[in-house]
Design a binder for this molecule. Structure first.
Ligand code: EPZ
Length: 428
């Protein structure tokens, strides 16, 4: 695991291009299995989670290559239907291969994904839905660690999701694209990443209606064809860097931003006092004062405020002029930064009964040795280090490389004093 050393207090200035979207790339990479041919994915982020999904594609018999930020996948010779435990344990998004492999081969064996630091993250919505499509599911081992699903014919049907789960919606779509008949998903997730994977599939010849809404209709087709697809910029990476301007202060122009996917994030950044100017796909964010508090900030399914931005806003609100309350409504344990931020001088009270985090803003954080617990929490600790007085070391920074191409390169370009350092730079 790598570490990051930050010397805080430098305002952020300059211009930054936003990378391609991790959470669009992962489902689209899984979906390339459904097309027995060539898929060219442009603007694909070069991040650990993408490299991990590419390794799985190769395990399944696909050929892959890169041309700068274009990932080329040839799935014509794919013939393996098993995803090993090792792969799924390392990255739970591998579970998206469940629907893709099942959709193409009518059979799949895959490890049951474990939880992670933000929650148990079960897959009951995925399995309950797929079983309704004439698919048999059995657990291969007593401990239920491997799932085997198979069907002689996958049949489209009506599926009512009890919660608009992103992954479950994606796995149902992947199972339905080559099925017999029509699959209708009610209460589907509306995240932009759902629209992305549907747009990729439609480009390859799939028949899907209702993009962007909570009702999706997938009419099964016989096969897909070669396709080129341009992945959108990453709305969470964009939001992370904009939140850094709110906490650290400065004036930054972000280019290649997914402005249409940022409504709730831009609204909150204005609420904490940032000046936001939008022009086509460029967003200028300015802030030269202490952030303002937010009485109550709830995380919600899209288009509500994204849970993946919650840790970053917690960092901003620890510096606000007053009290704020965060209500994390998507994951059951996504306050894992509280201890580390407290070490840096933040004042945060967790209310177990309401799953609320009550924050009393302080004028200044001070540097400390802290530890990343997950991808977005790690990025939020980097923001805290950039805002703090003195030196901060963020250990286990490899979590951050799962979703950010190079967070040090990006903040250095904006005038931050930040670099990777060895794990034992300072004992924590
Ligand atoms: C996707 O995870 C994202 N990951 C997450 O981003 C994001 O936080 C999440 O959606 C919510 O927006 C990718 O896109 C790769 P869910 P996913 O299914 O699909 C519960 C990041 O940092 N649930 O919408 O796993 C679940 O436990 C990551 O980029 C069930 O109970 O999210 C959670 O509490 C973190 N049973 C809630 O629903 C199920 O079968 C939302 O999960 C499925 C989910």
């Amino acid at each position: 695991m790598s570490s990051i050393e930050i010397i805080g207090g430098k305002q952020l200035k300059g211009e930054l291009k936003i990378q391609g979207s991790k959470n669009a790339a992962l489902p689209v990479i899984a979906a390339t299995i459904l097309n027995k041919g060539i898929s060219k994915l442009k603007n694909c982020p070069r991040i650990l989670d993408v490299f991990h999904m590419v390794k799985i594609l190769e395990e399944l018999g696909c050929k892959t290559s890169w041309e700068e930020n274009t990932l080329i996948v040839d799935s014509s010779k794919a013939d393996v239907t098993c995803v090993s435990e090792d792969f799924v344990r390392k990255m739970r998004s591998s579970i998206l291969f469940l629907g893709a492999i099942l959709g193409r081969f009518h059979e799949v064996t895959i490890a049951y994904p474990g939880g992670c630091s933000i929650g148990k993250r079960p897959i009951d919505y995925h399995l309950n839905a797929i079983k309704k499509m004439n698919v048999t599911e059995e657990f291969l081992q007593e401990d239920g660690s491997m799932i085997h699903c198979y069907s002689d014919r996958i049949i489209g049907t009506d599926i009512f999701l009890e919660f608009p789960s992103v992954g479950a919606t994606q796995n149902i779509i992947l199972t339905a694209v080559l099925a017999t008949g029509v699959t209708r998903i009610y209460n589907a997730a509306r995240e932009p990443e759902i629209t992305e994977v549907c747009s990729y599939l439609i480009g390859a010849g799939a028949r899907i209606r209702g993009l962007g809404t909570a009702y999706l209709e997938i009419e099964g087709v016989k096969q897909l064809q070669d396709v080129e697809f341009y992945l959108s910029p990453d709305r969470i990476v964009a939001g992370t860097y904009m939140a850094a301007v709110a906490a650290v202060k400065g004036d930054v122009l972000f280019t290649h931003t997914p402005v249409r996917h940022l409504d709730s994030t831009l609204h909150i950044l204005q609420k904490v006092g940032c000046r936001i100017d939008v022009n086509s796909d460029q967003v200028r964010v300015r802030n030269f004062q202490r952030p303002l508090p937010v009485a109550v900030l709830n995380t919600k399914p899209y288009p509500g405020f994204p849970t993946d931005m919650q840790s970053q806003l917690m960092t901003v609100l620890t510096l606000a002029e007053g009290k704020s309350t965060i209500l994390e409504e998507i994951f059951e344990s996504r306050y894992q930064n509280v201890e580390d931020l407290t070490k840096m001088g933040a004042r945060i009270q967790l209310q177990k009964d309401t799953n609320a985090a009550e924050i009393t803003g302080v004028a200044q954080l001070h540097g400390a040795v802290v530890r990343a617990h997950d991808l977005r929490g790690g990025a939020a600790l980097v923001i805290a280090g950039l805002a703090a007085e003195g030196t901060t070391i963020v250990h286990d920074a490899t979590y951050i490389e799962r979703g950010y191409e190079d967070i040090c390169r990006d903040f250095l370009a904006l005038g931050g004093d930040i670099r990777y350092c060895s794990e034992n730079r300072l004992d924590s």
